[in-house]
Write a protein of this length. Structure first.
Ligand SMILES: Cc1cc2nc3c(=O)[nH]c(=O)nc-3n(C[C@H](O)[C@H](O)[C@H](O)COP(=O)(O)OP(=O)(O)OC[C@H]3O[C@@H](n4cnc5c(N)ncnc54)[C@H](O)[C@@H]3O)c2cc1C
Length: 430
């Protein structure tokens, strides 16, 4: 054990510790009541871990995470507007560990749902009584001809924050004034439904100051999008003539890309741009697919009452990876589903029947640093018109901010967006 004594390591493991590259050792010492393993320590996973531990400290809680630090996607569009830097969106696991949660930095390769073990790239085999699966998203690399993981190193998606965000920012900064930025928006369902349209606004905010003759064109697989009326009114007001949206009905669905020529091809036409940002169609994180937790949709079906997988026992899936039904794939919903799953897991492990959950969403999108619009809603498990289990909005609770709201209202929403961020991150990493 380099640089760490065995005694010190046992202290860390006992109190919850960072266990990179070590065989699973968290149950050394007194026998825990049960072992809960969380695959993916992002927004959903970190919050689920905290709640399980807080609700029943006698449960041994372990996060298995691929990276030593987590960069939030939310607010990564703010980086493109030079309002935040990536460092300020990046969080370590020190506070998670201080709460008595074990953190293993080692990508999970599969969840052996029969043997109830999480297997890792580093060769670890981590047993569990319940596992909470929170790996976020992956991309359908075969959906747009010419766009695969290698092409994304040249033409970024920037839909996982970090180096991809930097690559997109550098390309926009290097573009000449008068250039065209093309954003390719994916079909539903995908991570952060308002995200591509907030991105257009915040790139426009940068361009208006630095390259005012430039344009942004959004090629969309869809015929409509989240908060559409509010976004289009905001673009027209703050960036007149700068942002164009081409819906699916007008040929916006991109089928092929020539990365070298920076050219997009739809069924009807081809489009050249100076900077391309392709956000491909998505699925649940690869580890969920490899573990047999996804259905034909590419997402993980769950019982909406306790978020238990319908395909494997003692497995719960939260956040973006689950079949969302009416829930948007948002950070706030990742937090909400994390809490629902944490309560359900603790109830199951203590022989109690989980209660009836509700899910909450609030999501702000900036038009400029001083103007924000929002959507919020409350949801519950129920049955849809076809008699199938579904998550449904409660009454008229799903609403967007009022059209035509004045500047002071939108400025207040922009301030709320900043405190929303701090609160959300604090729940998992604070
Ligand atoms: C540009 C953009 C803007 C956004 N803005 C907002 C916003 O304003 N409001 C909002 O609510 N949401 C927003 N979102 C959406 C939000 O980021 C996601 O919905 C949220 O991060 C989902 O949380 P999650 O825990 O499911 O997944 P993630 O946050 O992606 O966490 C998944 C974690 O799992 C880890 N992981 C993956 N595979 C493995 C593996 N095999 N082994 C171990 N670990 C693994 C990853 O490293 C990661 O840490 C935005 C997204 C984007 C892209």
């Amino acid at each position: 054990m380099a640089n760490i004594s065995r005694r010190k390591f046992i202290q860390m493991a006992g109190a919850g510790g960072l266990l990179a590259g070590f065989p699973y050792a968290a149950s050394w010492g007194s026998q825990p009541k049960a072992r809960v393993v969380i695959v993916g320590g992002g927004t959903g996973g970190a919050i689920a871990a905290r709640y399980v531990k807080a609700l029943d400290p006698s449960i041994d809680v372990t996060i298995v995470e691929a990276n030593p630090r987590y960069t939030t996607c939310f607010m990564s569009n703010w980086v493109l507007a030079e309002m935040r830097d990536l460092d300020s969106l990046t969080h370590g696991y020190e506070n998670v560990i201080a709460r008595g949660i074990n953190v293993i930095i080692d990508p999970a390769t599969t969840i052996d749902t029969e043997g109830q073990k999480v297997l890792t790239q580093g060769g670890q085999s981590i047993p569990y009584d319940r596992v909470i699966v929170a790996p976020g998203i992956d991309f359908q690399w075969d959906a747009i001809e010419g766009y695969d993981a290698a092409a994304a190193e040249i033409v970024p998606h920037a839909w996982k924050a970090g180096p991809q965000t930097e690559l997109l920012q550098n390309q926009i900064r290097a573009m000449d004034d008068g250039g065209v930025v093309a954003i390719v928006a994916p079909p539903n369902p995908f991570r952060c439904p308002p995200g591509p349209y907030e991105r257009a606004a915040l790139i426009a905010y940068y361009l208006r100051r630095h390259k005012p003759k430039s344009k942004i064109v959004i090629y969309d697989a869809k015929d409509a999008f989240s908060k559409q009326g509010l976004f289009q009114a905001g673009w027209a007001r703050h960036y007149p003539g700068m942002i164009e949206w081409v819906g699916g009905f007008a040929g916006g669905k991109i089928e092929r890309v020539d990365v070298a020529a920076r050219t997009l091809y739809s069924e009807f036409d081809d489009f050249e741009a100076d900077v391309l940002n392709i956000i491909p169609p998505q699925t649940a994180g690869r580890v969920a697919i490899n573990s047999g937790l996804t259905d034909a949709s590419g997402w993980c079906p769950v019982d909406f009452r306790d978020l238990q997988s319908t395909l494997a026992r003692n497995v719960h899936v939260i956040g973006d990876a689950m079949v969302s039904s009416a829930l948007p794939k948002s950070g706030y919903i990742a937090a909400s589903t994390a809490k629902v799953a944490a309560v359900a897991v603790v109830d199951h492990l203590n022989g109690r029947e989980p209660g009836t959950p509700a899910f909450f969403n609030t999501c702000y999108s900036l038009l400029t640093p001083q103007h924000s619009i929002s959507v919020s809603g409350v949801y519950e498990a129920g049955t849809n018109a076809e008699g199938q289990p579904a998550i449904l909005p409660v009454g008229n609770s799903v609403a967007v901010s009022p059209a035509g709201a004045d500047d002071s209202f939108q400025a207040r929403e922009a301030r709320y967006a900043a405190s929303w961020y701090d609160n959300l991150v604090d729940q998992g990493f604070g």
